[in-house]
Design a binder for this molecule. Sequence first.
Ligand SMILES: CC(C)(COP(=O)(O)OP(=O)(O)OC[C@H]1O[C@@H](n2cnc3c(N)ncnc32)[C@H](O)[C@@H]1OP(=O)(O)O)[C@@H](O)C(=O)NCCC(=O)NCCS
Length: 365
Amino acid sequence: MSQDQASQPVPGPTSRGCVAGCSLSPVGVHGGGRVERYVRLVEPVLRGPVVIVIAIGAFVAAGAIGGRFGVALASAFVAFHASYCVLNFWLCRETHCVVTGAGWALLAVLGFAAALVPGASLSWYRANVVTIGYLVVLGLGYLFEWAVAARTGRRALARSGPEITPTTPQPEPVRMVTESNAGGIDDRPPLLHGRSVALRPLKPADVERVAQIQAQPAVLRWWGPPDLEDLRRKADGSADEKAFVIETDGEPIGLIEYHEENEPDFRHAGIDLYLADDHQGRGLGTDAIRTLARYLIEGRGHHRLTIDPAADNRPAIRAYQKVGFRPVGILRQYWRAPDGTWHDGLLMDLLAPELEQGSEATSSG
Ligand SMILES: CC(C)(COP(=O)(O)OP(=O)(O)OC[C@H]1O[C@@H](n2cnc3c(N)ncnc32)[C@H](O)[C@@H]1OP(=O)(O)O)[C@@H](O)C(=O)NCCC(=O)NCCS
């Protein structure tokens, strides 16, 4: 894939959350003009507050109007938000939307009935009751989500994770095979969205650029010189490792890959990556790891991830800790440096519920 092709906006939701998350607008990660990039940057920050302002406005206005008109106005807003949540659940499988979608729909139906049915039987159901009901349902929704996440480590009920383009075919969450899933199976999703980076499957056209990055001294030191044949196999999807180009603003800035151990009793996935030297130290590596880790957990059903940096690669260890990886132990004389000397490695692992518990845990990922 050429860089131009890779820069085409990709339709579909990019984030999550009924109130402040799942974007239902077709905003892509790559390319686009300045305006699109600006919107992409501020949209997640603005969406939540905008909904809150609209909600407060609707409920205050409904309370001021009062009576049947007031309850109708409040219910119209609640109905709108319920529809949004149902759509959000359909696209993103956010757990709380099960409660908020259904609960708000019920409140709205009751509200319209109170506005329309003659007589005083539903006169108790006024705008302020709708407001209280709306908040209670919201609280119950997030309580339910919290309880489910505490058990599963995931906010989404299905595997269409927030950073996985949902318009694309999703891989099976767990493929119980007894061998590596290598060898011609190229089931990498077309795009994974991080906060500032996008992960796009490595293609043959990327090999030269990625090799240049790997040849930079700050990467070469840890990865050794690029092996073009190996990179080409990763690019056509036939290698054991499934590789992605790390992009920011449509520019390739590094490579991240995973390999899977699919022997059922030892199932896990391992991650490795590098960034161009002028993009290191800006949080992009952490973003890329978190994005891939979330895909491996939510999209491929892994409960455990591993990573094995050199024991003295402090920036790498720090980046992995920020995502939630924990040190397991030293792997003595584990890897051979380009100068032929053997060096210790550090085995680190992460269990699914720990993903959001790194020292830099965020809710938006
Ligand atoms: C390892 C790598 C992927 C990390 O990505 P990154 O974007 O540079 O990492 P981040 O900026 O997200 O985080 C780096 C952290 O290390 C810290 N750090 C940097 N130098 C450090 C040092 N000498 N000692 C301790 N911490 C250090 C940074 O301060 C930052 O932590 P902070 O956010 O708490 O301040 C990237 O640096 C890289 O590609 N390095 C070269 C190749 C490599 O080592 N790959 C890993 C092989 S396992």
